[in-house]
Design a protein around this ligand. Structure first.
Ligand SMILES: *[C@@H]1O[C@H](CO)[C@@H](O)[C@H](O)[C@H]1NC(C)=O
Ligand SMILES: *[C@@H]1O[C@H](CO)[C@@H](O)[C@H](O)[C@H]1NC(C)=O
Ligand SMILES: *[C@@H]1O[C@H](CO)[C@@H](O)[C@H](O)[C@H]1NC(C)=O
Ligand SMILES: *[C@@H]1O[C@H](CO)[C@@H](O)[C@H](O)[C@H]1NC(C)=O
Ligand SMILES: *[C@@H]1O[C@H](CO)[C@@H](O)[C@H](O)[C@H]1NC(C)=O
Length: 301
């Protein structure tokens, strides 16, 4: 027993001395086509997160968090910042560098805002990596993506726990996002220099969604009011609201109550932060890019 434990320990030592993420296989030359596009999106999301936590550190002191009821939170902010430096560095190297920080603007003025927007940002970040891993063909890139998504999920759980939300987020399986869905949810915060490689995914217009009955944690049957800019959103025929969740998605009828406005009822089986898509798609797989007419989210529990 002792010997095999010692061998295992030694092997582990060797493995960590040669982290696979810096493998020479995982260089831009090997990341072509969709692999490059996904990793380029991923580094943009990581850079957004890094700048988010950095702004939070610049904006709020220990006392600010403690007085807002988030005892000892700032040490985790420093940890998250360090984790995002690591994630960004690896992805930026993989994508061949050539990246400058964008201008990042967030709707944050209080410690509560920082945690609650951060909770959404990490939900989207994790969903982007789950969707990305499904489509990456480079094995080292998949491995790196998978090892980052677990870390994002733990950041998300800690934020949810501090906020008094369900810290498991989704029910049994976390929610994958397509690259276009993740990009579209992040894009309102981003203003990137034209020298950066562009993010080549489909931009879906925003859908604002707010509960107009019940209270957090919400239950099936609670009403959600949704709003969209009607000049930017094509609603197609048979439009409904699909709640992205788990391994499946749940389509629900949309009652249009005015121009760019409607209501939908929370279905059963949705928990955590749910991404909502206005669509006419009725298939089983991810919603095809052009059939995502508008995208937003609600915090259910
Ligand atoms: C982007 O800005 C952050 C500070 O928020 C800094 O730590 C990081 O090094 C910058 N990244 C690049 C690529 O300049
Ligand atoms: C930090 O404060 C600036 C200035 O008030 C604000 O614009 C920005 O959104 C804040 N960001 C975060 C993440 O706290
Ligand atoms: C990823 O794969 C799914 C099919 O599994 C597809 O619908 C989606 O659009 C693909 N592309 C991206 C970039 O997410
Ligand atoms: C409505 O939902 C949006 C996100 O879709 C959020 O930014 C906003 O704060 C919510 N407004 C209210 C009044 O809850
Ligand atoms: C969310 O999950 C919690 C348990 O983790 C459960 O008690 C609650 O009923 C769920 N909410 C909904 C709306 O399904």
């Amino acid at each position: 027993m002792k010997t095999s434990a010692a061998i295992a320990f030694t092997l582990f030592g060797i493995a960590t001395a040669n982290p696979i993420v810096t493998s020479s296989k995982y260089k831009r030359a090997d990341l072509a086509g969709l692999d490059f596009e996904i990793i380029n999106l991923a580094r943009n999301l990581e850079s957004l997160e890094l700048n988010y936590w950095n702004q939070g550190l610049a904006n709020f002191t220990d006392d600010d968090f403690n007085n807002a009821g988030y005892q000892g939170f700032r040490q985790y902010l420093e940890l998250f910042r360090d984790q995002e430096i690591a994630h960004f560095t690896v992805l930026n190297e993989a994508a061949g560098g050539g990246f400058k920080n964008c201008t990042y603007k967030f709707p944050v003025t209080t410690p509560y805002d920082l945690l609650s927007v951060g909770q959404v940002v990490t939900t989207v970040g994790e969903g982007a990596f789950i969707g990305g891993v499904a489509n990456l063909t480079s094995s080292p890139a998949r491995l790196t993506g998978a090892s980052i998504l677990g870390n994002e999920a733990r950041q998300n759980s800690l934020l949810r726990q501090y906020l008094g939300l369900d810290y498991f987020n989704a029910v049994n399986f976390d929610t994958p996002l397509t690259a276009s869905q993740a990009y579209s949810l992040a894009e309102p915060f981003l203003d990137c220099p034209s020298s950066n490689p562009p993010i080549n995914f489909h931009l879906i217009p925003p859908l604002m969604a707010n509960f107009t009955s019940g209270a957090t944690p919400h239950s099936a049957g609670d009403e959600i009011t949704v709003m969209w800019e009607s000049s930017k959103v094509y609603l197609g025929n048979d439009v409904h609201i699909t709640f992205l969740a788990d391994m499946y998605s749940i389509p629900c009828p949309l009652t249009q109550s005015g121009d760019g406005m409607g209501t939908v009822t929370l279905p059963k089986g949705i928990n955590g932060t749910s991404v909502l898509v206005a669509t006419n798609f009725n298939g089983g797989g991810p919603i095809p890019d052009k059939q995502n007419f508008a995208i937003g989210y609600v915090v259910v529990a």
